[in-house]
Design a protein around this ligand. Structure first.
Ligand SMILES: [Zn+2]
Length: 475
């Protein structure tokens, strides 16, 4: 067996593990093992045959045994078994193509995480840093602080007079799986789920500037720096420095204690991190017309919810009580319709029974809380709906969504969705692009045309619009 064959097998194992959703460390071990096998300067297959791989970086114990087996027997039993499993599972050609596409999509997004997948970890580490006796201020920066849907890594920032001690304690945290680099004021580590966490330690005076710089976005920072230069100041992650033109400002810039002061010094209202994308926020801040962001207490209820009747995790009663306990004023129930059979969608009879159950339950809530009876109705291939109008008329509202035949040409998909929107019983359009974050790309659809149709018919569009429009612009 050649080294290329051995590397190929290791790479295939990595793919199979990825497909299975295995631990990212295990996957990475096979991938980097394959790289080492391909690029090693000596005769690595001979070394493997002679059991002399010990000490070669990137080849752990498990890989060493596997390489020895390949070098001596010309095959790898572990891999043959897996390969058989894939063959006899009866995957059809179409399925294989789909699997390959999904592997490619996931590989493209391999180092990204949904914000909910890292949220608890980020707050946990942040709490630990804030509780450290040598830390005076700590924040998570980057896209996490800007509230993006997905993040590449977590950027922690602390102000401290004892950077080395804080860094040493950080890399020793139980939440940390592996240290990548550790320096005097900076460390990079991996958490067990594979997300990279960086920590930077700065002084108190630098903290607001570093916080602003590492929160980004890059585009926002570029405009901030230019605005500072226009005022005779050079701005970076450490502070303001007056340029020749700004020599008279050296006293004024001593008074920067937090990010608000930086914005104030540049003649701007404070810009919330969620708005820092250079999409008009600087101009709005200069003119004092920034929007107020939606706060959690603005949320009064939610409409797109599933129960155990289809593919949800809580029963109707559990959902209602949880929503009421959260302080919501209403909850809409929109289980799947019959064509979404894989999600146990409700047929006409089950939906009618659920409507009756909701009406009966509402009588218990004495006016402080209310359930709405709805349905997430499938938009069929031709744009017709999964239930007839008589049944839809019995509902309080209706969410219409595409759940199958994602591969229509853009014009057909757009026509299909607009036809559904035009049904007077449709209150909202569900997940307009059909994407699953980091799992499935959006389908082809003309978003501006959908927005026009929704505006005309008074149909609400669920989320994703900003991302969808951005993507369309990029295309
Ligand atoms: Zn749906």
């Amino acid at each position: 067996m050649t080294r290329e064959d051995a590397a190929d097998i290791l790479n295939r194992i990595a793919l199979l593990l990825e497909l299975k959703g295995e631990n990212p460390f295990k996957i990475r071990a096979y991938k980097s093992g394959a790289e080492v096998v391909e690029s090693y300067a000596g005769d690595i297959m001979q070394l493997a045959a002679d059991n002399k791989l010990a000490g070669i970086k990137g080849i752990g114990d498990a890989l060493r045994d596997k390489l020895h087996e390949m070098a001596t027997t010309g095959k790898l039993e572990f891999f043959e078994k897996r390969g058989e499993a894939a063959k006899i599972s009866g995957f059809g050609d179409k399925t294989v193509v789909k699997i390959l596409e999904s592997i490619a999509f996931r590989a493209e997004h391999a180092s990204e995480f949904r914000i909910d997948q890292v949220y608890a970890l980020a707050l946990d580490i942040l709490d630990t840093l804030r509780a450290h006796p040598a830390v005076s201020r700590a924040e998570v920066c980057g896209s996490f602080r800007r509230g993006k849907e997905t993040v590449h890594d977590l950027d922690f920032l602390v102000s401290t007079r004892k950077p080395e001690q804080v860094i040493a304690d950080f890399v020793a945290l139980p939440q940390i799986e592996k240290v990548i680099v550790q320096g005097g004021t900076k460390a990079s580590v991996y958490a067990p789920n594979g997300v990279q966490c960086d920590l930077r330690a700065v002084s108190s005076a630098e903290f607001p500037f570093a916080l602003n710089y590492f929160t980004g976005s890059k585009e926002h920072n570029v405009v901030m720096r230019q605005r500072a230069l226009d005022r005779g100041l050079s701005l970076n992650e450490y502070g303001f420095t007056p340029t020749e033109a700004g020599a008279s400002l050296s006293e004024a810039i001593q008074e920067i204690h937090d990010e608000r002061d930086i914005y104030r010094a540049l003649g701007l209202d404070y810009i919330e991190p969620e708005l820092r994308e250079n999409s008009g926020e600087i101009e709005a801040a200069a003119q004092g017309r920034l929007p107020a962001l939606i706060q959690l207490e603005n949320l009064r209820g939610v409409f797109h919810n599933h129960t155990t009747a289809s593919d949800g995790r809580g029963t109707l009663r559990e959902m209602a009580e949880a929503a009421r306990d959260l302080g919501l004023q209403y909850l809409g129930i929109a289980d799947h319709s019959k064509s979404s059979f894989q999600a146990n969608g409700l047929n006409e009879q089950r939906l009618r029974a659920q409507i009756a159950e909701i009406r009966a339950m509402n009588a218990e809530f004495d006016g402080h809380f209310r359930l709405f009876a709805g349905s997430e109705v499938d938009i069929l291939k031709d744009g017709s709906l999964d239930f007839d109008d008589d049944l839809l008329a019995e509902l309080d509202y209706c969410v219409a969504s595409v759940h199958n035949v994602f591969n229509l040409p853009e014009a057909d998909m757009t026509r299909r969705i607009i036809r559904a929107i035009e049904n007077p019983h449709v209150t909202m359009l569900g997940h307009v692009t059909g994407r699953l974050l980091l799992q499935r790309p959006a389908y082809a659809v003309n978003i501006p045309a959908i927005i026009d149709a929704a505006a005309e018919t008074g149909t609400i569009i669920e989320g994703e619009i900003e991302a969808a429009l951005k993507k369309q612009r990029a295309d």
